[in-house]
Write a protein that binds this ligand. Structure first.
Ligand SMILES: [Zn+2]
Length: 110
């Protein structure tokens, strides 16, 4: 079993699983239903994860996932100026401390 993808979006994980299955790659989604009851876990610990069953399929699966994931999810990750967390490009604010992205002008050092 190899993890090839994780996302905050269970719909996307499910979609990519279907794409891999179309290519004949056996895979499962972990954490698909955990999002609501995450409790104290850090958000990334309970994101849906896409795993391939056969380790030998990993490289091919990664290539397919890269190809199939929506274009809007592609882009540069950015680092939160508030807490240093790496944030996926589709987020405009830090999920950890709610800090803004570096694209937003700041007041500068005090
Ligand atoms: Zn932050």
């Amino acid at each position: 079993m190899k993890r090839v993808f994780s996302s905050h979006d269970p719909m996307l994980a499910g979609y990519l699983r279907a794409v891999l299955e179309e290519h004949g790659i056996g895979c499962i989604v972990k954490n698909e239903y955990l999002l609501g009851g995450a409790g104290e876990l850090p958000p990334t610990e309970c994101w849906p994860e896409l795993w391939v069953v056969e380790d030998g399929d990993e490289a091919r699966a990664r290539a397919i996932v890269e190809e199939a994931r929506p274009a809007e999810a592609a882009g540069e990750r950015w680092r939160c100026p508030g807490c240093g967390e790496w944030i996926e490009p589709e987020f405009g604010a830090c999920w950890r401390c709610a800090g803004g992205s570096p694209d937003v002008p700041s007041a500068g050092p005090a």
